[in-house]
Design a protein around this ligand. Sequence first.
Ligand SMILES: NC(=O)c1ccc[n+]([C@@H]2O[C@H](COP(=O)([O-])OP(=O)(O)OC[C@H]3O[C@@H](n4cnc5c(N)ncnc54)[C@H](OP(=O)(O)O)[C@@H]3O)[C@@H](O)[C@H]2O)c1
Length: 312
Amino acid sequence: MEQRAIAVVGATGAQGGGLARAILADTAGGFTCRAITRDPGKDAAKALADAGAEVVKADVDDIETLTKAFAGAYGAFCVTNFWEHLSGDREKAQAKNLADAAKAAGVQHVVWSTLEDTRKLMPPGDTRMPMLQEKYRVPHFDAKGEADAFFAGLPVTYLITSFYWDNIYAPGMSPKKSDDGVYRWVFPMGNKRLAGIAVEDIGKVAYGIFKAGRQYIGKTVGITGENLTFQEISEKLSKALGVPVEYTAVDADAFRAFGFPGADELGNMFQMYRDFEPQVLGARSADVARSLNPSLQSFDQWLGRNKARIAL
Ligand SMILES: NC(=O)c1ccc[n+]([C@@H]2O[C@H](COP(=O)([O-])OP(=O)(O)OC[C@H]3O[C@@H](n4cnc5c(N)ncnc54)[C@H](OP(=O)(O)O)[C@@H]3O)[C@@H](O)[C@H]2O)c1
């Protein structure tokens, strides 16, 4: 069978890494993995090469390199990393480069990892949360949502992702031990549910979209693993890890005032999840995710596999 290459942006990272591993694991699937990185010498790139990927150097900030990296590929998985530079405008410029390069290279199926433009949820004069970077509510959502327009006209599937449960073991995110031995964390989420997913499953869903092919072109696919409140997540962590974990809901202004880098951005994001729970959950489906990735994990399944990584 003729092999079709999927160029995977972010292959050394979380979303793209999941897709790269899914392609490489399915040796009879008819696809090959072209892993794109700025640094083919890094360990994650070498591991992909060892597993059978073609590793190609390109930079999302440099359209020439991207166009070359996409040349001859059947598919392209496009993701931007807001957290590396924290600029909505730069994220949009990177997304435009990805779309323009895919067009120039004649890619036949693009999966664009996006999020919704949260400004559409609130009238411009709404004062519940500050505007950030002058024009965004949640810059890493809004910039991706606005960038959807760059991909219009391409054979694209818009993949709306969810909060990674893997954030729980990221530095700074996990519940912190208090003097009384209780592990505590606070979010401005009230008792509303958070759409969450094992990040490895995002890549597996993306692979399912490439395999399903044309029927997903022009479509938006919103995915979640499971929607849980932080109270429910805390109870599950307590049970699995054998330590008391307590969640406290805080006011969004208080969260934004914590002052750590990105506190305002995350404060707006969690407030948006809280205030627009029906819209956020309504845009994402676990059934759709499971239809594209039959091994989609529940939170309990993810926790069972990852609890050793959560250093409580
Ligand atoms: N954390 C969450 O819960 C969550 C949920 C939904 C969506 N997201 C979104 O996910 C995005 C990040 O994806 P991720 O978590 O998969 O990233 P990640 O694990 O942090 O890895 C970033 C990837 O992007 C690549 N990259 C970054 N800048 C690049 C550039 N200029 N040129 C080429 N490649 C570049 C890196 O490749 P090299 O370093 O090898 O070049 C790396 O593979 C963010 O925009 C975030 O908003 C996050």
